[in-house]
Design a protein. Structure first.
Lengths: 190, 344
């Protein structure tokens, strides 16, 4: 996976943040338009509840509004705002006793052979895959969202999740295996 | 390629799934390796499922007020910050009832003002109906030159030089929250009629030390037509969740309802150097030499309405103009704020 986007696009994003830091509501509205949907989808993958996710998104964007000047360009803007969203989600969900699951468990049982789970994945319709993703564990949903929804590179995912790159890879592989298992248990239409 | 294996790395496979470019070697391998091709296809299915989730996630507009309210409901929001509110809106409560003001926009020319007096206005400026001495311009701030501003006026697109002095009040609009609307605060409200009151779309809140300057009774016409600014104002009473009452200077009580769709704004004092080029800016003052405007007040910012409803219309045709409600008089800050409300 290729790391950051085109340099011009990143400069444009940084400029947008600079204008937000100066108090431009128009720039904030544009930022929201560019990132709101992806950030909300990512939060929803983690939080699982739409109303709560909406509130976390608003918290996130308020933090951007107030803290745009703190962006140092050390990461892509997309990665930066998702990291803020992740922290906000963690704050909001702290009291909910999030179950910690170790990566050995999350890794599932990847097999080199195309077992029924892999076959189920290959047969599945896109909408079925999307529905099945919702049934995965939050950590699996989150890593899939970062890699495919937010379009972050694996090193960016590792930095954001504060885990080693190898763990990101095993978590992704585990997420795919778990997804195949869910699809296999539910059956597919093709 | 994976240096320890004849097959593609996970990075390569995810790049393929995300539609990103791979190097030629990896692409050639993918084309010839059925195992890698199958893996890339499976990751592609996963990627498509995630993207489907993203695109199927409708996102509402940014609602800072909603956030504040949500936090307050959950007990997560600290006591509202009490800012020093340098506010334009206060003057709205000070004007004599039964009078009107307005901005009559003209490219240049003359006419008769609301008091029946001859009015001459320079290009890019507007006369203020009921306030014979006042002129105004509204448009995009192009440049700040020392203490002067260059505004590209919406009244015909001309560049207007606006001079400021130490006595010029300069403000920028900040987003506030419903908690800023408290008893005794001065407000300007725009919205839609609702059950004898107003369903507020925008509320500008704050205090002003500006003295009341009654407008002259309307009569006669200005150069060009006029259009009502659906903005009213006064002092807040009976503030409660879901609304408040505006008490105008003549004692009229107007019930106002607020909702999650109500946007609240608080103009805050800034220096001339803090004004931002490219932003919507309004200046109200008196005619200066050479077609300039000697500003008494400058306000900058947009006041978007969050929810559905009637959008205010600000004329861009130089031969039309706007007239305000009876509550404002010739208070320049109220005129400026109301103009920003109408133009946003």
């Amino acid at each position: 996976m290729n790391g950051g986007g085109p340099a011009d696009a990143e400069r444009d994003e940084a400029e947008l943040l600079r204008r937000i830091a100066q108090g431009s509501q128009r720039a904030m509205a544009e930022f929201y338009q560019r990132h709101g949907q992806v950030v909300l989808a990512q939060i929803l993958l983690v939080a699982g509840e739409r109303p709560l996710s909406e509130e976390i998104l608003q918290d996130t964007m308020l933090a951007v509004w107030r803290g745009a000047g703190s962006f140092r360009g050390e990461s892509r803007v997309r990665s930066w705002v998702i990291a803020i969203g992740r922290r906000k989600a963690r704050d909001r969900m702290r009291g909910r006793r999030l179950r910690v699951v170790d990566d050995a468990y999350l890794a599932g049982r990847p097999s080199p052979d195309p077992g029924p789970e892999v076959m189920a994945l290959e047969r599945a319709e896109v909408a079925e895959v999307a529905t099945a993703i919702r049934a995965l564990k939050p950590a699996h949903r989150e890593v899939l969202g970062l890699a495919f929804g937010a379009g972050l590179s694996l090193p960016e995912v590792a930095e954001l999740l504060e885990i080693p790159l190898g763990t990101v890879k095993s978590r992704l592989t585990g997420a795919r295996a778990a997804l195949g298992q869910v699809l296999n248990e539910r059956g597919t239409t093709r | 390629m994976n240096t320890g294996s004849p097959h593609l790395t996970l990075e390569n496979l995810l790049a393929e799934a995300n539609g990103e470019t791979m190097d030629d070697l990896a692409r050639a391998h993918l084309a010839s390796c059925p195992l890698c091709s199958a893996e890339a296809r499976r990751w592609g299915v996963v990627a498509a499922g995630v993207r489907h989730l993203v695109t199927a996630t409708p996102v509402s507009s940014w609602r800072p007020d909603h956030t504040v309210e949500a936090r307050r409901r959950n007990g997560l929001w600290p006591a509202p910050r009490r800012r020093a509110l340098a506010v334009a809106a206060a003057a709205c409560a000070l004007a004599a009832a039964g009078t009107t003001y307005g901005l009559a926009a003209v490219s240049s020319g003359s006419g008769t003002n609301a008091g029946g007096h001859a009015v001459t206005v320079a290009a890019g400026l507007a006369a203020v109906n009921g306030c014979s001495d006042l002129r105004a311009t509204l448009g995009t701030l192009e440049q700040v030159k020392g203490t002067s501003l260059v505004i590209r006026s919406r009244f015909g697109g001309q560049l207007v030089t606006v001079t400021t002095s130490a006595s010029t009040a300069i403000r920028q609009v900040e987003t506030g929250s419903l908690s800023d609307i408290t008893d005794g605060a001065h407000v300007l409200v725009s919205g839609t009629s609702s059950g004898g009151g107003i369903a507020a779309q925008r509320v500008s809140v704050g205090n002003s030390t500006e003295q009341p300057v009654p407008a002259q009774p309307p009569s006669g016409g200005l150069p060009g037509g006029t259009m009502q600014i659906p903005v009213t104002g006064g002092t807040v009473a009976d503030a409660h969740t879901g609304g408040f009452t505006v008490v105008t200077t003549d004692g009229t009580r107007i019930p106002v309802t607020t909702s999650a769709a109500t946007s609240v704004f608080v103009p805050a004092s800034v220096t001339v150097n803090q004004l931002r080029a490219g932003e919507l800016t309004v200046a109200v003052g008196t005619s200066g030499p050479g077609g300039t405007l000697a500003a008494k007040t400058v306000e900058q910012g947009v006041m978007p309405a969050s929810g559905p409803g009637t959008q205010l219309q600000f004329p861009v045709n130089p031969h039309s103009g706007i007239s305000g409600p009876a509550t404002h008089g010739c208070s320049v800050s109220a005129i400026a704020t109301a103009a920003l409300m109408a133009a946003s």
